[in-house]
Write a protein that binds this ligand. Structure first.
Ligand code: PLP
Length: 390
């Protein structure tokens, strides 16, 4: 038996393969316009970097408090409250090495084999990967372009069973950029109470919304604080992906078990990153607004380009992605992505990673300046023309 055959049955490498293959191809090509990973090209604001440097200078190079630096946990609780969220105490906040890490803590702390976790589809795939590692059952709620991929309580209801335990809401969603309207969030919350579900509310993109869109924090709704785990982090709004720091806020009854798992996996989150995150929350916030405006301009440039190409897309209401239906090219999206990369040197991700069962969609990140986005559209035009001439 080969070593690969001896991998545990729960290991599924399909998604990782797709991304790795694209990255491998990109590495062999010059001048690739990277609209793949959700990693801002913008730098971490200078005052945040400075706080990290100062922490290093002071010798903050040791393990930290297992739940996170107390002043940081206070600052997170204040920040959640200030932005209309629940009245969490600092004792309910657990700092983690990234929001993604928190997904695995949640799955391992709460899911038994046979339990069902309901996830939006398309949606951020590590929720499913985490649930599969816990041998739980992933139940996907398919959303469609006709409703701009908006999750509704009725859609969720149709997928509930007596085994349903967790409902994941990602707001704004990745990859679609959809903001769930506040009244729909309220209906979903009522449904969660009716069916005794635990809600995981991923609000990592909540500060990056466009126009008059706003995110209703789930835990702030009546009866929800005791059944909601709010997950967020610093990667997106403060351009801090490489610092690896995020957090979750949980009902008090869950904190000890979840903290223990978090501690077993991570011991603690890097002290330097925690000091930087503290500066992010307590320092000036205009950097967030500047980034939000930058993504808004990029979003408009890319959407305009897609319209000129006749490629339909979901209206991005938040986050920094555009989710587009490339079936008009006549190719499956995975094939189109590969040709766009090889022939156009533009890297975008196939929607299949996020649960597109039809293989029609691609996700484009707004992680390049407007002129590069325009150049990407021009290259896309060339590749589509070549495909159509075959
Ligand atoms: N949640 C969503 C919806 C995301 O898109 C991401 C990253 O892309 C994360 C959480 C995790 O971010 P991090 O682990 O960098 O905090």
């Amino acid at each position: 038996m080969s070593l690969a055959d001896r991998l545990a049955r729960r290991v599924k490498l399909k998604d990782a393969h797709l991304v790795t293959r694209m990255a491998d191809i990109a590495a062999t090509l010059p001048d690739v316009i990277r609209l793949g990973r959700g990693d801002p090209d913008l730098d971490t604001p200078a005052h945040i970097v400075k706080a990290g440097q100062e922490a290093l200078g002071r010798g903050e190079t040791h393990y930290g408090h297992p739940l996170g630096l107390p002043p940081l946990r206070e600052a997170i609780a204040d920040d959640i409250r200030r932005r209309g969220g629940a009245d969490y105490g600092a004792d309910q906040i657990v700092v983690t090495p990234g929001g993604q890490h928190a997904m695995f803590v949640i799955a391992l702390a709460l899911l038994d084999p046979g339990d069902e976790i309901v996830v939006p589809c398309p949606g951020y795939n590590p929720y499913s990967q985490a649930a599969e590692l816990a041998d739980a059952t992933v139940v996907s709620v398919p959303m469609t372009m006709e409703t701009n991929f908006t999750l509704t309580a009725e859609m969720v209801r149709a997928h509930l069973t007596p085994r349903s335990k967790i409902l994941v809401l990602i707001n704004p969603n990745n990859p679609t950029g959809t903001v769930t309207p506040p009244d729909e969030v309220a209906r979903i919350a009522e449904l969660a109470i009716e069916h005794d579900l635990i809600v995981v509310s991923d609000e990592i993109y909540a500060r990056l919304t466009f126009g008059n869109q706003r995110v209703q924090p789930v835990a702030a709704l009546p009866g929800m604080a005791e059944r909601t785990i709010t997950l967020s982090g610093f990667s997106k709004a403060y351009a801090m992906t490489g610092w690896r720091i995020g957090y979750f806020a949980a009902p008090r009854a869950l904190v000890p078990a979840m903290s223990e798992i978090n501690h077993a996996f991570a011991i603690s989150t890097a002290s330097v990153s925690q000091h930087a995150a503290l500066a992010a929350l307590t320092g000036p916030q205009d950097c967030v607004e500047d980034m939000r405006r930058t993504y808004d301009e990029r979003r408009q440039a890319l959407c305009e380009g897609l319209r000129s190409l006749g490629i339909p897309y979901a209206e991005p209401q938040g986050g920094f992605y555009v989710y587009a239906d490339v079936s008009v090219t006549g190719l499956p999206a995975t094939t189109f992505c590969e040709r766009l990369l090889r022939e156009g040197r533009v890297l975008v991700f196939p929607g299949q990673i996020y649960g597109d069962h039809t293989d029609d969609f691609v996700r484009m990140s707004l992680t390049q300046p407007v002129p590069r986005i325009r150049e990407a559209v021009a290259r896309m035009r060339g590749v589509i023309a070549a495909i159509r001439s075959e």
